[in-house]
Write a protein of this length. Structure first.
Length: 197
């Protein structure tokens, strides 16, 4: 099906009516927005893939939670969800929850006496071509397959509540597990997603 002839809002309607390919289409279409959102952040002691993963989770949340009666366009809603997910991860890291994410530096911060920006001292690599930014269809298919099919039943329950923005304590209480058990499940989910991205 050629989704490009539809508006994003119409694609969401198709998704709500059972067209599962619509999720893959939106994940692929908005992957460059996720990469753009994380491009200005650099994490000391961590991989950029960690932020990419968080951004893709934010995009997935947007796809799942957008309703046609929203006053904002899907693009605006997706951008807010992506940014919120990324900055929530950074905020959590600042609470020492994830030690590799404790420090990040904006590429647009000034460095040195000449007040040059860090971004001005970086060379563009071969991956700066827009075609290289788009996640290929196989990667997005793997991500969707992982989220829908490869997680255990417990991990699916945890992911569902996590994507709704519930706290570890709330999820633990709802599922009759310890907060540590929920944290372990989230880490397993993240590892599985990371391997497929």
């Amino acid at each position: 099906m050629d989704f490009s002839i539809y508006t994003d809002e119409e694609v969401i309607t198709l998704l709500r009516n059972g067209n599962t390919d619509a999720t893959e289409y939106l994940l692929k279409k908005y992957a460059p927005l996720v990469k753009k959102s994380i491009r200005t952040l650099y994490l000391i002691g961590a991989d950029t893939e960690d932020l990419l993963q968080e951004g893709m989770i934010g995009l997935f949340k947007a796809i799942q939670n957008y309703h046609g009666d929203n006053t904002a366009s899907f693009y605006t809603f997706a951008k807010i969800c992506i940014d919120r997910q990324i900055y929530s991860a950074i905020k959590a890291s600042n609470r020492k929850k994830h030690s590799p994410l404790n420090s990040y530096i904006s590429f647009y911060s000034h460095v040195g006496e000449d007040e040059a920006k860090l971004i001005d001292n970086l060379e563009a690599g071969t991956n700066s071509n827009p075609e290289h930014v788009i996640l290929d269809k196989e990667t997005t298919s793997d991500l969707e397959k992982l989220l829908m099919e490869q997680l255990s039943d417990f991990e699916k329950e945890v992911l569902h509540l996590y994507l709704e923005g519930k706290s570890y304590a709330y999820i633990a209480s709802s599922l009759g597990k310890s907060a540590k058990s929920i944290d372990n499940a989230v880490q397993r989910i993240r590892e599985k997603v990371k391997k497929s991205v």
